[in-house]
Ligand binder design. Structure first.
Ligand code: NAD
Ligand code: FES
Length: 277
C-alpha cells in the first residue's frame, strides 16, 4: 500500500502525485520506473519516476489520463492508498561526466528527465534541456528544469512560447555548437526523429522506451522491442536503449496492439461511473 501525500493537476490531462514509499525511495535511481495497481482487480501500469526523495521517503510520478486505469487513478485524492507500487524497476540511467549533454523532453516526457538532469549536473556535466509541447499550456517542469540545468530551450508547435516548431529544430542548433550525449524521452515518434537528427552528428542518443508492459520482470514478453536486431525486454534490459539501434516501426505498431480493448474498457468505466440522472 502506498499513501498519496500530494496530488496536483499540472495540465488538463496530466497529474502529479507524490507517494509514501520509503523502501522504493531508498533504492530508486533516475531513469527507473514503478508498476502500480490501484486495487486487487486492477490493471498494472508502468510509470516513470518524476522525482525521488529518499529523505522524505517518497517518490513522485506524473501520468497522463489516457485510459481507464489512469483515469481511475486521477480520482484518488491525498490520503487515499494505492494497493501495489512495485519498484524500482528497470536499469537506472548511466550517469557519469560526459561533458555537454542535451536532454530532449516531449510533452510530459520531460518529467522523467528531471531526476536525470539533477544527477547529470551533480556528476559535473553541462546540461542543456530542450523541452517541447504542442502549446504553452502543455509545458511542464519549466521552473524545475530552469533551476537545475545550465540552459533550457522551449519549443511549442504553435509558437505560443519559445521557438515555434518541434524539439528537433532547437536540438539541431545545439548539436552544431557541440553536444557529447543526448537523452530523449517523449512520444515514440519524437524519439525516432531525435535519433534521425543526431545520427549525422554521430552523437550517442539514449531513448527511454515505453512499450506495453504487464509484469515488469522479464517473464511475460509484453514489452518486447528490437534493438540492434536483437530482441530485448523494455522492463529489464531498458527502459533506456541506444536510439540509433531501435526498430521504431515495431515499437510503434506494438504500442497500438490493445487500442480497441483500451477504448472498450474506458467506455465501460465511463458508463459505470456516470452519475445517475
Ligand atoms: P505530444 O504528442 O504533444 O508531443 C510533445 C512534443 O514532442 C511536441 O511538441 C514536439 O516538440 C515533439 N514531437 C512530436 N512529434 C514529433 C516529430 N515527429 N518530430 C520531432 N518532434 C516531435 O506529447 P504529449 O501529448 O505530452 O505526450 C507525451 C508522450 O510522452 C506520450 O506519448 C507518453 O507516452 C510519452 N512518455 C514517455 C515516457 C517514457 O518513459 N518513454 C515517459 C513519459 C511520457
Ligand atoms: Fe513482461 Fe517486460 S513487462 S517481460
Amino acid at each position: 500500500m502506498a499513501k498519496i501525500l500530494e496530488k496536483r493537476k499540472v495540465r488538463p490531462d496530466v497529474y502529479y502525485i507524490r507517494l509514501d514509499t520509503p523502501d522504493i525511495a531508498e533504492h530508486a535511481k533516475p531513469g527507473q520506473f514503478v508498476i502500480i495497481r490501484i486495487h486487487k482487480n486492477g490493471e498494472r501500469i508502468p510509470i516513470s519516476l518524476a522525482d525521488i526523495d529518499p529523505e522524505r521517503g517518497s517518490i513522485s510520478l506524473m501520468y497522463m489520463t489516457v485510459g481507464k486505469t489512469s483515469t481511475e487513478l486521477s480520482t484518488l485524492e491525498v490520503g487515499d492508498e494505492i494497493k501495489d507500487v512495485v519498484g524500482p524497476l528497470g536499469k537506472p540511467s548511466h550517469i557519469e561526466k560526459f561533458g555537454r549533454v542535451a536532454l530532449v523532453g516531449g510533452g510530459f516526457g520531460v518529467a522523467p528527465l528531471y531526476p536525470i538532469a539533477k544527477a547529470l549536473k551533480a556528476a559535473g556535466n553541462e546540461v542543456v534541456t530542450v523541452m517541447g509541447a504542442r502549446n504553452e499550456d502543455l509545458l511542464l517542469y519549466e521552473n524545475e528544469m530552469a533551476a537545475t540545468c545550465d540552459e533550457v530551450l522551449i519549443t511549442t508547435d504553435d509558437g505560443s512560447k519559445g521557438i515555434k516548431g518541434v524539439v528537433t529544430i532547437a536540438l539541431e542548433e545545439e548539436l552544431k555548437k557541440g553536444i557529447d550525449l543526448v537523452i530523449a524521452i517523449g512520444p515514440a515518434i519524437m524519439m525516432k526523429f531525435v535519433c534521425k537528427t543526431t545520427e549525422p552528428h554521430k552523437v550517442k542518443t539514449w531513448v527511454s522506451l515505453n512499450p506495453i508492459m504487464v509484469d515488469g520482470t522479464g517473464m511475460c514478453g509484453a514489452c518486447r522491442v528490437s534493438v540492434g536486431g536483437q530482441t530485448k525486454f523494455g522492463c529489464i534490459d531498458g527502459p533506456e536503449f541506444d536510439g540509433h539501434e531501435v526498430d521504431w516501426d515495431l515499437l510503434m505498431s506494438r504500442q497500438q496492439m490493445y487500442l480497441k480493448e483500451e477504448k472498450e474498457a474506458m467506455e465501460l468505466y465511463e458508463c459505470n461511473c456516470a452519475p445517475a440522472s
